[in-house]
Design a protein around this ligand. Structure first.
Ligand code: SAH
Ligand code: SF4
Length: 377
């Protein structure tokens, strides 16, 4: 069996690992020993698992690999938002973002040490404002590649991650099985132990998959990238809206909320002259009222090669105030600026100079656009 054919052990759930051990004629308690080495002690090789007999370590190494993603760049510094550029085993590049502390939007009182993870290399959904789709879709990430983004960030930063948003490159609900598998591992007490309510899945609006997510037992949070309050505006921005229009999307959200007894969040990028009118704000308020949803307004981050731009500060504030007049819980990210933005362009440039072909969207924009806010009101 070649290394490439081996199963990555970090893609297995505890029960599956127990079954694998049964096949190796090993007692099932070994599964707990192994997960403790993987997720608690963070072993990177079977040889390190010294409380397992040598013969078992050798047989495990024959059958499984222990994946590890290489961090090839880090930008930002301790106590600021940091971006991590990873090289996957097949050479593809992805990025994750670590946000040290920010006010709560999705979780409890205060979301701390949040990681924004990628779920695909590229994206097939081609939203007109987004860098992720610019080079099309390459492939889905496997569950272990999603889990490994968090493990690698914890190792590099020394921080314990307690909040997770699926808002990096890719559409999480289009990689449903691997994302759900990764979430189970991330949430499990034998895994990374991140509470389900501290995990937010963001979708561009795959209505059937929202219903499927509603049937999952885990109480993960849902964020919906709306970005337009009418089909005319949303069609302009998001091709997915032609498949699942706003009414279809909202009724899937109704279903999700009824099943989960949970509040959803609308993500709404503000783009100058496109979706930032008073009319859009009023209609967005109607949708938010219907679902009792929160609204997270994000001034558009410019992407090189794309002509969209963010509205003036005044327009952003006006849009926010209309939502608030309607009583909608809404936040607006107010940029503080900082070194990360310059460094971000630098990262991209350097990566390009090295001939890498598929950097993650954050590195292709001039700013980080993970929608977890840095500073909200
Ligand atoms: N595919 C999923 C999750 C990844 S995108 C989704 O679309 O929800 C995460 C968020 O980043 C989405 O709300 C997306 O619309 C937003 N986004 C993409 N490009 C952006 C940009 N240039 N500026 C600000 N937000 C952006
Ligand atoms: Fe894909 Fe989300 Fe970007 Fe749309 S916004 S292209 S769905 S990553």
């Amino acid at each position: 069996m070649t290394r490439a054919e081996k199963i990555d052990i970090k893609s297995l759930l505890l029960d599956e690992l127990r079954k694998e051990l049964q096949q190796l004629a090993e007692p099932s308690y070994r599964a707990g020993q192994i997960t403790s080495w993987l997720y608690y002690k963070r072993a990177r090789a079977f040889e390190e698992m010294t409380d397992l007999p040598k013969s078992i370590r050798a047989r495990l190494a024959e059958r499984f690999s222990i994946g590890n993603i290489d961090v090839i760049r880090v930008i930002g510094s301790r106590d600021t938002t940091r971006k991590f550029l990873f090289r996957l085993r097949d050479g593809n590049l992805i990025e994750s973002v670590l946000i040290p502390a920010s006010p709560a939007l999705y979780g409890g009182k205060s979301d701390r040490r949040t990681v924004c993870v990628s779920t695909q290399v590229g994206c097939a959904f081609g939203c007109k404002f987004c860098a992720s789709g610019l080079e099309g879709f390459s492939r889905n990430l496997r569950a272990n590649e999603i889990v490994d983004q968090i493990i690698a960030i914890e190792r590099e930063s020394g921080a314990r991650i307690d909040n997770l948003v699926f808002m990096g490159m890719g559409e999480p609900l289009a990689n449903f099985d691997s994302v759900m598998r990764a979430i189970r591992i991330i949430n499990a007490p034998w895994g990374l132990g991140v509470g389900a309510r501290h995990i937010t899945v963001s979708t561009s609006g795959l209505a059937p998959q929202i219903r499927k997510l509603a049937a999952e037992p885990l109480q993960v949070r849902l964020a919906v990238s709306l970005h337009g309050a009418t089909d005319v505006v949303r069609n302009q921005l998001m091709p997915i809206n032609r498949r699942y229009n706003i009414e279809t999307l909202l009724s899937a959200c109704d279903y999700y909320i009824a099943r989960k007894k949970q509040q959803v969040t609308f993500e709404y990028i503000l783009i100058a002259g496109v979706n930032d009118s008073n009319d859009q704000a009023n209609l967005l308020a109607v949708h938010a009222q219907r679902l009792s949803a929160k609204v997270n307004l994000i001034p558009y981050n410019r992407v090189e090669d794309l002509s969209w731009s963010r509205p003036s500060q005044d327009r952003q504030e006006k849009f926010l105030s209309i939502l608030r007049v309607h009583g909608i819980p809404a936040t607006l990210r107010r940029e503080k600026g900082g070194d990360i933005e310059a460094a971000c362009g630098q990262l991209r440039l350097q990566t390009k100079r090295e001939g890498a072909s598929s950097a993650c969207p954050e590195s292709r924009s001039t700013k980080i656009f993970c929608t977890q806010p840095k500073a909200d009101v």
